[in-house]
Ligand binder design. Sequence first.
Ligand code: SAM
Length: 164
Amino acid sequence: MSRLDSFIRRMQAQRTCLDWAALAIAGLPGDVMELGLGNGRTYDHLREQLPDRTIWVFDRHVAAHPDCIPPRDHMVLGEVLETMPGFAAAHRGGMALIHADLGTGDDLANRALAAALAPLLAPLLAPGGVVVANIGFAGTGWEELPEPDDVSPGRYYLYRRPAR
Ligand SMILES: C[S@@+](CC[C@H](N)C(=O)[O-])C[C@H]1O[C@@H](n2cnc3c(N)ncnc32)[C@H](O)[C@@H]1O
């Protein structure tokens, strides 16, 4: 498989998992978090799929396509490990969906980030809420779900906090 093939499959897996999540949270009250604005592609997809949800977006900086820049009062700028504790204290249990798209090709760094971030995210998730991530966030108050049929294992990750 060429790197182009691999990239396309990763993007397809991402879209499939986000579409799955949008359906999975239907009927569950709560906001959405987008960790990693980047170019704004997945933010744009989420706001299209979930037009009635408030979306909180995190990144170090805004470098998105001009059409995909979130409202300033819903953008949390800075290192996510530094900004998350304050945000979590104010939004406990308020998220129906968290999409984390922060990982890079550096597996060790991804694991370290996931290990540090997962305990900060767990209290934010509503019972029954869903985490969709490009890196593994195992073992933190939610259970891993199998990938949708057309997504290869390890390409994208799905978790759900058990409903009460
Ligand atoms: C892969 S890009 C996100 C792509 C985006 N979801 C899209 O569809 O266009 C990852 C983004 O996460 C941000 N990021 C990575 N690690 C971060 C951290 N520790 N704190 C804040 N932002 C971070 C980077 O600045 C980058 O914009």
